[in-house]
Design a protein around this ligand. Structure first.
Ligand code: ASP
Length: 439
């Protein structure tokens, strides 16, 4: 059995956190490959090392004195080294970093040092080999991640290495220039390592006990989701639940490896298991509820729209030409509604409207702003009658007017559009009818 374990920044923010991590790793022999983030925040007012590095490099690039800022970063690592009595020194590494900052080695190089240095400390603390991600995670000439080349090189390297630490977040191009993934990208590295190692499980250790059924800012103490499928997670994450980097799903999903979200500070908690498929029935009909405010509905009407070939394409090309992606598109016989993000749309509103007029020649276009979309997601809905009925009677009891309903044919989700000001009430009503009343 092989497990790849990734630890987030808050799990590695101090010597005390490192000690918890070691205990977790050594409790299970199969935890052979470790992917660390850079040290995160130790408390609410603290700054992540990655942000300190960005800031320090900005000073170097502006030809300002950056030495004091770099010293503060070194202090963060030294406090971990001293707290754990490690026999390792980062003096030479920091000299090299300072030289490379003088030479303007690049923002990605600068940011990547957070994970790189933490990896060195973690490897020393665990007695594991250290593998620099720049040697095994590859980006192409355009800075795009090269999945196949990486998988080959990394698999070969891991075969020869029984236990190793591979820092998250970065890799390099063929010429050695360092590149990073987007923020939070150590999750992606963990997934890449799990695929290359042929792991049985990818454990992602963070500071929460898994995905919650609903946003805790809206619902008091929502329950943790025990098992969720990749598809359900996509439906929920795209509406804004941010525990795992969205891109982290792809490498392991392809390889059929489940992801287990766990809490470093509460290792006794079960966490959330993300799987391709499962016969595990969730306790409730729904798996989760997520949503977002700030949408505009663009309603386009045209008589006999249904018989006009290419009408939809013409409408959508008006959005495409203006670089606006759409979120949902429910339609009627003579009407079509396109939901877009208000923020993205506002600045380009008139261009889009005139493009729709020009291309699709509709009778009328109507706009409705300040809308919210709520996704009610659950594999359990497929086999249960009356789910939609329960949602809508709950919403009507809560006095929420439903502006839009969209159910995918997969029966995995029902999307509901409501006014922004009804957003919280609607989520509470749906949560109550499926979860609270079932307890
Ligand atoms: N340290 C990087 C960040 O703060 C990457 C990560 O933690 O996953 O975004």
């Amino acid at each position: 059995m092989i497990k790849v374990v990734k630890f987030g920044g808050s799990s590695l923010a101090s010597a005390g956190q490192f000690a918890k991590v070691k205990e977790i790793i050594t409790a299970d022999e199969s935890r052979r490959y470790v992917v660390p983030s850079a040290p995160g925040r130790r408390n609410a007012k603290d700054v992540k090392v990655t942000d300190m590095l960005y800031d320090c490099y900005a000073a170097a690039e502006a030809e300002e004195d950056f030495k004091l800022k770099l010293k503060k970063i070194k202090d963060r690592y030294d406090s971990i080294i001293n707290g754990l009595n490690l026999k390792v020194s980062l003096e030479a590494e920091f000299r090299t970093i300072a030289e490379n900052f003088e030479k303007k080695a690049g923002l990605a190089y600068a940011a990547s040092r957070g994970e790189y240095l933490n990896g060195i400390l973690m490897a020393s603390y665990l007695g594991y080999a250290f593998i620099d991600a720049a040697e095994v995670v590859f980006f192409d000439k355009n800075g795009e991640f090269d999945a196949e080349k990486t998988d080959k090189a990394l698999a070969k390297r891991l075969k020869k290495t029984e236990r190793a630490v591979i820092p998250g977040f970065y890799g390099a191009k063929e010429d050695g220039v360092v590149c990073t993934f987007s923020r939070g990208g150590s999750d992606i590295t963990g997934s890449i390592v799990a695929r290359a190692a042929g792991a049985d499980l990818y454990e992602n250790w963070t500071d929460v006990s898994g995905f919650l059924i609903a946003d805790p800012n809206i619902i008091q103490d929502p329950e943790v989701i025990k098992v969720i499928t990749y598809r359900e997670l996509r439906e929920l994450s795209y509406m804004g639940a941010g525990v795992l980097h969205e891109e982290a799903v792809f490498p392991v999903r392809k390889a059929g490896i489940p992801i287990h979200i766990r809490n470093t500070n509460r290792p006794e908690d079960e966490g959330t298991l993300i799987v391709e498929n499962t016969c595990h029935h969730s306790r409730y009909t729904i798996t989760g509820i997520a949503g977002k405010k700030g949408f505009v509905a663009v309603n386009i009407d045209k008589d006999r729209m249904n018989s006009e070939v290419g009408f939809g394409r013409k409408v959508l090309s008006a959005f495409e030409q203006n670089g606006i992606s759409f979120e949902h598109m429910p339609s009627g016989i003579d009407t079509m509604t396109v939901f877009v993000h208000q923020e993205e749309f506002e600045g380009k509103e008139q261009q889009v409207l005139s493009a729709i007029h020009r291309l699709a020649k509709p009778d009328t276009i109507d706009l409705e702003s300040d809308l919210a979309l709520i996704a009610v997601v659950g594999r359990g809905m497929r086999s249960t009658r009356g789910t939609a009925g329960r949602i809508f009677s709950a919403l009507s009891h809560a006095n929420v007017n439903v502006k839009m309903i969209d159910q995918g044919s997969s029966e995995l989700n029902i999307i509901i559009g409501v006014a922004n000001h009804d957003f919280e009430t609607a989520i509470q009503a749906v949560y109550d009818i499926f979860v609270t009343t079932q307890l």
